[in-house]
Design a protein around this ligand. Structure first.
Ligand code: NI
Ligand code: MN
Length: 226
């Protein structure tokens, strides 16, 4: 399984011969301005909630590639109106896709579309196949529900956690989250894209090291293999 960082909370996952893009926010992200949207491949686009900084480029990517949306019911129906196919789910539900199993898990956040309409409940994802299992938190507060993840999923190989504070968990809560999900290999997201979520990476790295955990700040366009 290959994970490529496309900035903010956006990751491209290559696994089982398929390509997934999670939470695409590229064209308005100055740090990702070198990425050509039209060059991106995708079979599926996974959306954690309706906020602009998670869905901005979903329509363009789906129209360029024919990718299907995987998200909650309301978000999938919103894109269906635009002629984009998808697979609707909701928290607690699992589905076996041709690349592996997806489970939607709880996130504590809000979720509305840029036009103000209702975008259902925000979610995180647990994605699992023979290559690896990982949790993508989406935008969320630290929540006790995270303790359910290791009880209901295969052992996580890694997790992608938001930690930029203000809108989501900060790194101290993300450290507790890593205990709850029983995973010590964490990829950071939702930090440094705009002023309210700037972080001190050195401080975060030493806080994780002090608990024998690994925190990975990927460069944009960097790839990691699991
Ligand atoms: Ni959000
Ligand atoms: Mn966000």
């Amino acid at each position: 399984m290959k994970i490529k960082y496309l900035g903010h909370s956006c990751f491209q996952v290559s696994t089982a011969g398929k390509t997934l893009i999670i939470d695409p926010f590229i064209s308005a992200n100055e740090q990702a301005s070198h990425i050509d949207l039209k060059s991106l491949q995708a079979d599926y686009v996974l959306l954690s909630h309706g906020h602009q900084d998670h869905i901005l480029d979903a329509e363009a990517i789906c129209k360029n590639t024919g990718a299907k949306i995987i998200s909650n019911y309301e978000i999938v129906m919103w894109y269906k109106e635009k002629g984009i196919e998808g697979h609707p789910m909701n928290p607690g539900g699992n589905w076996d896709f041709d690349f592996g199993r997806v489970k939607l898990v709880n996130a504590i956040h809000s979720s509305s579309f840029p036009d103000g309409s209702y975008a259902g409940n925000p979610v995180g994802f647990v994605i699992s196949n023979k290559e690896a299992t990982f949790y993508f938190s989406g935008d969320t507060a630290l929540t006790m529900d995270m303790q359910l993840i290791p009880k209901t999923s295969q052992k996580l190989d890694f997790a992608i956690l938001c930690l930029g504070d203000n809108f989501t968990m900060d790194y101290k809560d993300a450290l507790i989250a890593s205990d709850f999900i029983e995973c010590n290999k964490i990829i950071a997201c939702h930090y440094d894209t705009f002023g309210w979520i700037e972080v001190n990476k050195a401080e975060i790295i030493s806080a994780f090291e002090a608990e024998n955990k690994e925190i990975i700040f990927m460069d944009i366009s960097e790839e990691q293999k699991f």
